[in-house]
Write a protein that binds this ligand. Structure first.
Ligand code: AVI
Length: 321
């Protein structure tokens, strides 16, 4: 028998019971609110990849454009033979742009999905034969140990995609502080942040004409039905994304089309017609507000780059002693 199987099973059970506990709490609250981290099962991750290719969803291609055009400037800032540590590991398109342009000696992607991580690492080793690829199987929002091989190398964190925008401001601050502690004292951090802009563009990006974002949002109900024995009637809910100007964030909601009672984990949860489950916030920053957040979280802004329309930004931060 594989000696790691019991550990893997207990981790699986632990994450299943965390999902169960969070859903039970989310559906008992007023207003009902669930963490966006539960979007990303296999189907949800695939739907997110589709979102990144939608004509209305500007963030991914705009950030890629910045990384492509500013590769030389980024290389000028980062130390030679650095270790690049990516927080979360999705498609490798973005990191490949950095690896093509910058003098990086090692790459350590950190992600909770071990299989996916190993597959991505194998591809990168083939394409960048001189690069040490050292995947770390861990939850990047909690403290984790860096691989011993990079202990003596200068560290550069990489957190693209404006994933920080899906954290509440206090969580964003806690993440940046934790990243500062993990990376150490002379570290740099490269981070992609979506910017405030015309509400119409934001609205279109999160209410796409093809309905992919709606499917992505609704997938969390599919997941609750499958994994927690839920009986959500998907046709009785609808996707809505609105811009909350005061709080500088797009909010995604699932709205009950009619009064109903849903059963999950053997418990009943009542919905009024029009009642919402708030499933995600996507915070949009100005350059100044992001710089203030960074300064309050152990980092000093060193440089920032945007596209010509100022839709998206990439920041280089320096760890403060
Ligand atoms: C992953 N994250 C940065 C995306 C965003 O734009 O907030 C998730 C997303 N939600 C709806 N569309 C994309």
């Amino acid at each position: 028998m594989n000696v790691h199987a019991p550990l893997a099973l207990s981790l699986l059970n632990a994450s299943a019971s965390a999902f169960a506990a969070d859903v039970a709490e989310a559906l008992s609250q007023h207003p009902k609110k669930l963490s966006p981290k539960y979007f990303y099962d296999e189907a949800g991750s695939e739907l997110f990849e589709q979102i990144t290719r939608l004509p209305e969803y500007y963030p991914t291609r705009t950030e890629l454009g910045i990384l492509r055009s500013r590769g030389k400037d980024i290389n000028a800032i980062i130390p030679k033979n650095a270790a690049l540590i990516e927080f979360g590991a999705g498609a490798t398109t973005k990191v490949r742009l950095l690896l093509d342009e910058c003098d990086v000696g090692a790459y350590a992607p950190v992600d909770i999905s071990g299989d996916f991580l190993q597959a991505q690492a194998a591809e990168l080793r083939k394409d960048f034969p001189g690069l040490k690829v050292l995947p770390v199987n861990a939850d990047f929002t909690a403290p984790f140990d860096l691989p011993g091989d990079i202990r003596m190398m200068p560290k550069v964190g990489f957190f693209p995609g404006s994933t920080l925008g899906n954290f509440e401001p206090h969580e964003a601050c806690a993440f940046l502080r934790s990243a500062r502690a993990i990376l150490g004292k002379d570290a740099l951090m490269l981070i992609g942040i979506d910017l405030e802009k015309d509400e119409k563009l934001l609205h279109a990006a999160y209410n796409d004409a093809a309905g992919v974002t709606g499917k992505f949002n609704m997938n969390v109900l599919v997941r609750i039905n499958r994994e927690l024995g839920g009986d959500f009637d998907l046709s009785a809910f609808t996707h809505r994304a609105i811009y909350n100007k005061e709080r500088h964030r797009i909010e995604m909601h699932l709205i009950a089309r009619k009064p109903q009672t849903v059963h999950v984990l053997g418990r009943s949860f009542a919905f009024r017609a029009g009642e919402s489950i708030h499933t995600e916030s996507s915070y949009k920053y100005s350059i100044e507000r992001f710089a203030a957040l960074a300064r309050g979280s152990g980092w000093e802004p060193k440089a920032s780059w945007t596209d010509a329309d100022k839709h998206f930004s990439v920041h280089a931060l320096m760890a403060v002693e």
